[in-house]
Design a protein around this ligand. Sequence first.
Ligand code: R5P
Length: 314
Amino acid sequence: MKIISCNSNRPLAEAISAYLNVPLCKASIRRFSDMEVFVEILENIRGEDVFVVQSTSYPANDNLMELLVTIDALKRASARRITAVLPYFGYARQDRKTGPRTPISAKLVANLITSAGADRVLTMELHAGQIQGFFDIPLDNLIVAPVFVPDIEENIKKKHKGKELCMVSPDVGGVVRTRALAKRLDADLAIIDKRREQAGVSEVMNVIGDVEGKVCVLIDDIVDSGGTLCNAAGALREKGAVDVYSYVVHGVLSGGAVARISSSPITELVITDSIAATEAVRVSRNIRQLSVAPLVGETIQRISEERSVSVLFK
Ligand code: R5P
């Protein structure tokens, strides 16, 4: 087995390599002066089972191109099997036509990865489960429950012993994910119904479910500008929640998101390292990162040995 890291999330690739006790494959992934991507694999990989780790996070297009060019280099170097490991799959939010004459970019990206030569894909908490069907090659879509559940038990349930816990989906799209976590934690479920009743008039947040006197945990796949979470947290406090936490898989955190979350009623936002933390995230007062390296590493091991992956989630 060989693990190769592109440039978007080297700390995670290194942690995966440490978990597996397999050194990262020597490679040079660099730019020509006009910013074209150039890749050189610096060791023999003929006949190897190769895993390329790359999150297509900011800058999404550069990181995607790095992944495609690396897969092409591996294919031409006679790798036996190439697995594209995308802890964060950028473009996932463009999973359907949102209006006339708009693209389905998630499908386009799936086609690009397949055409470049990937034999399979390993990713995590896709924005919409149906994106799995955009690929005609095997895909494993990991869920982060094994990482989030013990942390919520340790850091929230113990601290707020005696108080009722309520998992909250900040929109209708996230209900399935949130309900699954609520079930594992034996917690209640609430849903935020976001509605813009008139163009240009700010959104109305209706809370469906009883949150009064409860400790609420907002669950989402992506935090980008932070607007969804901060507004939801405000609505929950207005409805009498005693404390609000949030667990989100992919910390995109663009623009002023970190500052917005810092000044929001969210006690703590927990994200994973599917996207490398920026300096602002590292020094933030209320954002903490959990590593998915053991989960991804264990899955890579199982794929390589043709063993079951689903048992990790039972
Ligand atoms: C939307 O469907 C996603 O699940 C997230 O809720 C959304 O991407 C968060 O974006 P923002 O942080 O910019 O509100």
